[in-house]
Design a binder for this molecule. Structure first.
Ligand SMILES: Cc1cc2nc3c(=O)[nH]c(=O)nc-3n(C[C@H](O)[C@H](O)[C@H](O)COP(=O)(O)O)c2cc1C
Length: 168
């Protein structure tokens, strides 16, 4: 699939089939995350790969929607803020690094016909407990990973004229 079509094809999937995902696809997705750029190439992130089977209740504590645990996998990108690059004015880039890693995961998954959905509205304390994270690790974003159920919803995006500021 052309890269531009991957971008056009991606959407937030909120209904999944329970069908297994081939281990090679998981590996390919994770490999694209490994190649993600990070500030100063510090690569201070972890990707937690959870099988959802028998974890419904734990996953509900993290994010209560039923579809969150429908797919066979849930992934979480965690940053390690104290080890990430900090700009001179003290802006820590750990969230930016983690978001790029997740975007690689999500676009790679789309190219392999898998569905995903960025999840930021999770319970961070529950995530820490369920994933067994120590204080140095920050859960930044989750996604389910699996085969899509149902049709593509209508997506509303602003026109470019609302988004681009040209400084000529
Ligand atoms: C950082 C971030 C956090 C998000 N958190 C959630 C979330 O907690 N739950 C959810 O259902 N969707 C979440 N989304 C998905 C957005 O609602 C979705 O991207 C947006 O509505 C545009 O739809 P699209 O992804 O289909 O283009 C999040 C997206 C981003 C980028």
């Amino acid at each position: 699939m052309e890269f531009i079509n991957v971008i056009e094809r991606r959407y937030s999937v909120r209904s999944y089939r329970p069908d297994p995902v081939e281990p090679e696809k998981i590996q390919q997705v994770l490999e694209t995350a490994r190649l993600a750029p990070t500030a100063c190439n510090l690569q201070e992130f972890k990707i937690i790969v959870m099988k959802t089977a028998n974890r419904r209740e734990e996953l509900k504590r993290i994010y209560p929607r039923d579809w969150f645990s429908e797919a066979p996998y849930v992934l979480c990108v965690c940053s390690i803020p104290e080890k990430c690059w900090v700009r001179r004015d003290n802006k820590n880039y750990s969230d930016v690094d983690a978001a790029i890693v997740m975007d690689h995961i999500i676009l790679a998954a789309t190219s392999l016909d898998l569905g995903t959905c960025w999840i930021g509205a999770f319970d961070a304390q529950a995530a820490r407990e369920v994933l067994g994270l120590d204080d140095t690790m920050e859960p930044v974003v989750f996604t389910p990973l699996g085969y899509v159920q149902g049709a593509v919803p209508n997506r509303v995006k602003k026109p470019l004229s609302d988004l681009v500021i040209n400084l000529d």
